[in-house]
Design a protein around this ligand. Sequence first.
Ligand SMILES: [Zn+2]
Ligand SMILES: [Zn+2]
Length: 346
Amino acid sequence: MKNKMEAVVKEKPEYGAVFKKVDIPEIGPEQILIKVESTSICGTDHHIYVWNNWAQNNIKPPHIMGHEVAGKVVKIGNRVKKVQEGDFVSSETHIPCGHCYQCQTSQPHICKNLKILGVHQNGVFAEYAVIEEVDVWKNDPNIPKDLTSIQEPLGNAIETILPGNVGGKDVLITGAGPIGLISIAVARVFGAANILVSEPNKYRRDLALKVGADHVVDPANEDLMRAVDDIFGSKGVDFTAEMSGNPKAIRDGIKAVTAGGIVSLLGLPDQEVSLDLTNDIIFKNIKLIGVTGRKMFSTWHIASNLLKSKRLDLSPIITHKFPLKDFEKGMKLMTENNCGKIILKP
Ligand SMILES: [Zn+2]
Ligand SMILES: [Zn+2]
C-alpha cells in the first residue's frame, strides 16, 4: 500500500478547506482502516467549511473533514472482532467513551464525553479513513452502494419521526434540507396520512413533493399557521418534526400541534429560542422531544431494513455526485440550498 492519500483538510480556523496529500493513518488495536468508496456531505460539514459561529466555538483545526461514509476494510487492529478485511462497512459517527453514566446505561449515542468523527477527530473525506470498532456497521449487500453512506442521516430522520407514532396521522415537517427530505420519506413509509412541509427554498419544496409530501408551503411568503388551518382545520397536526432550527419555525411548529400532540426537535437553532410554555406546551399537554444521533445500533437496523427491503426510496434525495476533489462544488450548492444529499467519491 502507498503511504500518502488525498484528503479534504480543514487546515485553518477560517472559511474553506483544502484538498491535499497527507499520510495514510496508522490504526490502534481497536480501530479499522477502510478504503473509502462513498461519502456524503452533512450540514455539519458545511458549517465547518463556512466556519460559522458553531464551528468557531467547537472545532480545532487541522483535521480531515467528513463523517458519512461507506468503504472496504483494508486493515484491522489486533483486538478487532466485529469485521474482517474485505468487509464493506459504514460507521456510526458518535464515538462513545465507554465508561460514563450514559455509556453504562445503554445510551452510548449521548455519551457525556462524546467525540464525533470528522468533527473532533480525523474524518472520512479522504481515500482512507480510520473508524472505531465500537462504531463499525457491516453493510447489507442488497443496499445500493450510493445509499450506504446515507444510513447515518437516515438514522437521524428515523429517530425524529419514530416518537411521533405517525401511522394514520397528520404531520407537519418544518425544514426540507437533506435530513428534512429524508424525514418526509420516512414519515410516508411509517404510514402518515397527510404530510405538510414548510420550506422557503423552491428547489427543496419540489423535492419534498417528489419524496412524499402532500402539501408544501413557503413560510417566507405564506402564513404557515393559515396553511395548517386550511388543510387540517382547527385541530391542527398530530405531530411536528422540526428540522430547520429556525426560531419562528420552532414556535409555529409547536403552535400547529393539537393538544396532546408530539413535537420532535432535530434542527439546531444558533441562539436561545423563547417559547410560550404556558399556552403552547403546558396547557396543551405537548410532548417535546430533543433528538440527537442514532441508537447504537437499533436505529441502524431499522435504516438498513428499510433500504434493503426497498420500502424506502431515497434515490430522488441524492441530487448530486462529485469526485472528492470537487468538494467545493458541493459546498457551494449547500450554501445556495439548491440540493438534496450530495455524494463525494474519492
Ligand atoms: Zn451527518
Ligand atoms: Zn460515555
